[in-house]
Ligand binder design. Structure first.
Ligand code: C5P
Length: 295
């Protein structure tokens, strides 16, 4: 019997250095602009030969039906019009429904892995189109790195790596209700007064392109004004960060995670330790990851 082929892919989490909402579209989605960055907090996605699509996740709370990995595999199989299946195993480390793009990263890793496993020879452009049909964050996560992202998430323009040594990410324990799409709920709370022209995002992207640094004053997330209201106990985590001397925090995606850029490696390590041991917060001290073409 021949050994079954397997392909292992890292599925990196993302943070949004900026996230601005430009307006509502006819299709019900919102047009956004965002500078997105992958970080080295990752799930591991293994795809192997099988007769049908089988999805297995070590987090029992994520059912195969809810898993974006299943949607990605079925979408790619249909588009490629092939009869092969695949077993897709996901080892989770990225917190679920946290604003860190975990499910979308798993879906993107699935598309990359299946492109190899099924010998489809698809270009990045082909994969981007499939990715957009799976979810708005999936196109960026096909390649990761640093990108200026527009449309509802499907317009991905890679830019040079952002010069940020470390991110400290905290995922508040906000007891989300099962069955409600957290992202859809956050978008339903957006009103016209929150729309911007995207200037902050374009300013940051221009600065990164010209080789400049990334001062935290240029980071921004429009969803942050809603966070305290839509996530019970979110303010408690913010208070704990403030207590240990962190003043600048930025929401990740539509939340509830937040990130800060520590002023030095030592301070980052100390903040991480304090938050995780003294306060029992879920905290990650991570670095940016370049896109797979840069690494
Ligand atoms: O694309 P995704 O499945 O991640 O989106 C979840 C929900 O978030 C959408 O159904 C939509 O209500 C909202 N959304 C939006 N505009 C975006 C992305 C998502 O309104 N750009």
């Amino acid at each position: 019997m021949t050994e079954k082929r397997s392909i292992v892919q890292k599925a990196y989490a993302k943070v949004n250095l900026t996230l601005e909402i430009l307006g509502k579209r006819r299709d019900g989605y919102h047009d956004l602009v965002s500078v997105m960055q992958t970080v080295n907090l990752f799930d591991t996605v293994t795809v192997s030969e099988a007769d049908s699509i089988v999805v297995d996740c070590d987090d029992s709370e994520i059912t195969a039906d809810d898993n974006l990995v299943t949607k990605a595999a079925i979408e790619l199989k249909n588009r490629a019009a092939i009869s092969e299946g695949a077993k897709i195993s996901v080892e989770k480390r990225i917190p679920v429904s946290a604003g860190l793009g975990g499910g979308s990263a798993d879906a993107a890793a699935t598309l990359r892995g299946l492109n190899y496993l099924w010998n489809l020879g698809l270009t990045d452009g082909d994969l981007l189109e499939t990715a957009a049909s799976v979810g708005s964050d999936v196109p960026f996560l096909i390649k990761g790195g640093t990108s200026l992202v527009g449309g509802r998430g499907e317009e991905v323009v890679p830019i040079p790596s952002a010069k940020i040594p470390k991110f400290l990410i905290v995922t508040p324990d906000v007891h989300q209700q099962p069955g409600i799409s957290k992202t859809a709920f956050a978008f339903s709370r957006v009103d016209k007064s929150m729309y911007t022209l995207g200037n902050l995002t374009h300013k940051l992207a221009a600065r990164i392109r010209s080789g400049g640094d990334c001062p935290p004053e240029l980071f921004f997330n429009q969803f942050q004004v809603l966070a305290e209201d839509i996530y019970p106990r979110w303010a408690l985590s913010l208070q704990r960060l403030n207590n240990i001397g962190v003043s600048e925090v930025i929401l990740c995606g539509s939340g509830p995670s937040i990130f800060t850029v520590p002023p030095s490696k030592e301070i980052g390590t100390a903040w991480h330790l304090l938050l995780s041991t003294t306060y029992g917060e879920k905290a990650f001290l991570v670095e940016p990851v370049p896109s797979d073409t840069e690494s």
